[in-house]
Design a protein around this ligand. Structure first.
Ligand SMILES: [Mn+2]
Length: 337
């Protein structure tokens, strides 16, 4: 029988996390490059919680906060530059050390001595790169884990904390619609609403509202859709982005929407980033898994939603990824009853 709350499973780990935080003077809190709603919600909620504990902390993300999350309290506090010293690092929603980005690697290398790292994450592909690793693939979002941490430590859930935590739950579950949502998720959401978070506000802001330019970009990407033996894919290039006037790398939601297409067993969206690398977003139909394929390509994620970032030109990356996906799909079809 699986314990309902992983913290009940490992009191020692919880105690160690608490002690490390209590003993730290200046904490670097980091989330992953290309941040999503759970990443930003985790970073901000942890920031608010640490502040209430009178802890000096710096909230860091290598990439800027996507516009859709500006509404979250404290979003302007997230820095893209950091300077030591730090005596503790907390990594949130990162499945591997590389997910924190090159800037963090450089920063950590420049710090004197080795700085302990607390790794809090819910990706099944997590590589346990921390000094302390709390990895719970049964949690629908990293913010669900932070909520449980706060509850266990009797940290107060103020409305800003609750709002940021709910943002992670709502975005990672697409408003409680993913297969991993269970009564534990709904209880968490209930608790956050009671603490002052608005379900309708966060859903509207985080999932519904988008710029016209991003919808026009969707239009172009949809025109380029291709379907071959259950694999549906498309691309978003920098040229397409310029055409609609949408700068940066900020673009999300397309892969999720495409994953509802009946003919698709697997969806792949290839996005050319500003730095020339290709971001690959993968989605699997219920019962299929893209996390393992993503892991073999050097990325990671969840069975239903995973991804990786690859060097190379768009066509070369597509060939490589599509052949890996074909192989993975064939294996899974062979195993299916
Ligand atoms: Mn997440």
């Amino acid at each position: 029988l699986r314990p309902k709350n992983p913290l009940e499973m490992d009191r020692n780990l919880l105690r160690s996390i608490r002690n490390r935080i209590q003993g730290a003077n200046r904490i670097l809190v980091v989330t992953h490059v290309g941040p999503d709603g759970d990443a930003i919600g985790s970073l901000l909620s942890m920031g608010w919680l640490l502040r209430a504990q009178d802890k000096e902390r710096l909230l860091f993300c290598q990439d800027p906060v996507p516009e859709g999350y500006y509404f979250l309290p404290g979003s302007d506090e997230i820095k893209q530059e950091a300077e030591g010293p730090f005596d503790l690092i907390i990594s949130l929603d990162c499945s591997g050390h590389y997910r924190m980005g090159e800037e963090v690697s450089k920063l950590v290398a420049a710090l004197p001595g080795s700085v302990p790292l607390i790794n809090i994450d819910h990706h099944i592909t997590n590589t346990h790169f921390g000094t302390l690793n709390w990895v719970d693939p049964n949690a629908v979002a990293t913010t669900q884990m932070i909520l449980e941490l706060a509850e266990s430590l009797n940290w107060e859930l103020t409305p800003p904390v609750a709002t940021c935590l709910l943002n992670g739950l709502i975005t990672d579950t697409r408003s409680f619609r993913t297969a991993n949502v269970d009564s534990r998720t709904i209880r968490a959401a209930l608790h956050l609403m009671e603490a002052g978070a608005s379900l309708s506000d966060v859903t509207q802001q985080a999932l519904e509202r988008r710029s016209l330019a991003s919808v026009l970009l969707w239009g172009q990407a949809i025109e380029r859709l291709r379907l071959d033996d259950g694999i549906l894919w498309t691309e978003v290039t920098q040229a397409m982005r310029q055409q609609v006037g949408l700068g940066g790398n900020d673009f999300s939601g397309l892969a999720n929407s495409l994953s509802g297409i009946r003919e698709a067993d697997i969806v792949a969206v290839f996005t050319e980033l500003e730095n020339g690398t290709i971001d690959v977003g993968l989605r699997a139909a219920p019962g299929l898994d893209v996390a393992q394929a993503a892991l073999r390509l050097g990325g990671g994620g969840h069975p239903q939603a995973a991804g990786c970032t690859l060097d190379g030109d768009l066509v070369g990356v597509q060939e490589r990824v599509l052949s890996e996906l074909r192989r993975s799909l064939a294996e899974q079809r062979d195993k299916a009853p």
